[in-house]
Design a protein around this ligand. Structure first.
Ligand SMILES: CC(C)(COP(=O)(O)OP(=O)(O)OC[C@H]1O[C@@H](n2cnc3c(N)ncnc32)[C@H](O)[C@@H]1OP(=O)(O)O)[C@@H](O)C(=O)NCCC(=O)NCCS
Length: 163
């Protein structure tokens, strides 16, 4: 199983739209309404990368585009990064995101100067919690009603790691 990260491209829009339209993505807030909306998001990636506010990658499994992992940095806290990820449901449970997280952290260590990494997820999102735990992140607390998906509020755990 060969897993690689590469910067996202505007031409990834159709595939991302397909993956994110899945109703099983219960705890994921960023669902594009159309391929065009997704293209507009992807067009901003270059500027965000240049500004060092977001680094978004496509996850490639044996040459096939299966998901995404990204890092967001608030300009007012340039030492703190928040990580997010998703994978096509057909590939869940194979350790792909766990490996993608390792590769993203390698990029962070080599290219950026961060001190703290956070992963936030709905309390109900067991798979995402497992990824954080396997990655060596520690649960620090609960952010009440931090996430809203399809009109429903979710409490979130915050997992973090000092690097
Ligand atoms: C969360 C998500 C990215 C996980 O991706 P993945 O590639 O399947 O993750 P991995 O295979 O690397 O690891 C998943 C772990 O969660 C575990 N897991 C999955 N569902 C679980 C559940 N319902 N209860 C407990 N553990 C669960 C798996 O067994 C595995 O742990 P293990 O290696 O100890 O067995 C994927 O489910 C997804 O895209 N979900 C929708 C989007 C989303 O929720 N993104 C995260 C937002 S914070």
């Amino acid at each position: 199983m060969k897993i690689e990260l590469r910067p996202q491209r505007v031409s990834d829009a159709k595939r991302f739209f397909e993956i994110l339209s899945n109703p099983s993505f219960t705890y994921f807030p960023a669902k594009p309404k159309s391929i065009e909306e997704e293209k507009n998001f992807l067009r901003l990636n270059r500027e965000k990368r240049n500004n060092k506010t977001e680094f978004n990658f496509s996850i490639i499994l044996n040459g096939e585009h299966v998901g995404a992992i990204g890092l967001r940095i608030e300009p007012s806290r340039p030492y703190l990064g928040e990580i997010g990820y998703f994978i096509d449901e057909r590939y869940w449970g194979k350790g792909i995101t766990t490996e993608a997280l390792i590769q993203l952290e390698k990029f962070i260590q080599e290219e950026l100067d961060l001190h703290r990494l956070e992963i936030r997820m709905a309390k109900e999102n067991k798979a995402s919690q497992r990824i954080a735990i396997k990655g060596g992140y520690k649960k620090e607390g609960i952010m009440r009603e931090m996430l809203r998906v399809a009109g429903k509020w979710y409490d979130c755990y915050v997992y973090a790691k000092l690097i």
